[in-house]
Design a protein around this ligand. Structure first.
Ligand code: TYD
Length: 214
């Protein structure tokens, strides 16, 4: 039985650190994990990622942005995610459709139903069993990032990132069983413990999870 889990959150919420620790935990327990990320995950999708994130492309229209994210996702789902799910893997993806709903829709201002429709097409309506949102005030998150140098989307204003955060909270209110908000302002270990518990809930029982086989 396959399980599809996605990670979301404002830039700088500590997603990479938490994902690294989670993967270690799952691998130690012998869970067959396949990890991937968006935008990217296949050679074509990685090329689209470069166009999307390059600070040279500041003039890109919002619709182009949304369509390119969806195009990269279509490649990623058909060539990478679906085959891994079909092979029985637990697929963990760093960002997925919710990023587009929130960044291009809620924060960017594109109609949500447009973003939903193009993503429905791009993914063949594939939906995660669980989505974990690392929640952090954008002021704190962006201060963490500035040390590193920012990409084109990270450079957008604080107001934009506040809307990103609100968008995630709204999706979680609408789909409370799938989408779980995790307070990322706490220490790394505390955040990781909560993430592990939320992931265990959707793992099959043979891996110590709470899900009955289907
Ligand atoms: P990335 O460097 O992967 O950021 P992170 O490490 O925070 O995941 O860059 C992804 C950026 O693209 C991030 O700012 C979120 C944005 N994004 C969208 O705007 N829409 C999308 O559909 C996706 C997948 C990402």
């Amino acid at each position: 039985m396959s399980v599809f889990i996605t990670f979301e959150g404002v830039d700088g919420a500590g997603k990479s650190t938490q994902l690294r620790l989670l993967l270690q935990y799952l691998e130690e327990r012998g869970v067959p994990v396949f990890f991937t990320r968006e935008p990217g995950g296949t050679p074509i999708a990685e090329q689209i990622r470069e166009i999307l994130l390059s600070p040279r492309n500041r003039g890109m229209s919002l619709i182009t942005e949304a369509l390119l994210f969806a195009a990269s996702r279509a490649e990623h789902v058909s060539r990478t995610i679906r085959p891994a799910l079909e092979a029985g893997k637990v697929v963990i993806c760093d960002r997925f459709v919710d990023s587009s709903i929130v960044y291009q829709g809620f924060a960017g201002g594109l109609p949500l139903d447009f973003v939903e429709q193009i993503n429905q097409m791009a993914t063949g309506a594939l939906r995660p069993h669980r989505t974990i949102v690392l929640d952090l005030a954008p002021e704190v998150a962006l201060a963490r990032l500035k040390a590193g140098g920012m990409d084109r989307i990270e450079e957008k204003s604080l107001a934009y990132h506040r809307q990103v955060r609100e968008g995630y909270l709204e999706i979680a209110r609408a789909e409370p069983r799938r989408v779980k908000i995790v307070d990322a302002s706490r220490g790394v270990d505390e955040v990781q413990a909560e993430i592990r518990a939320l992931v265990d809930e959707v793992l099959p029982r043979r891996f110590g999870g709470g899900r009955t086989a289907s």
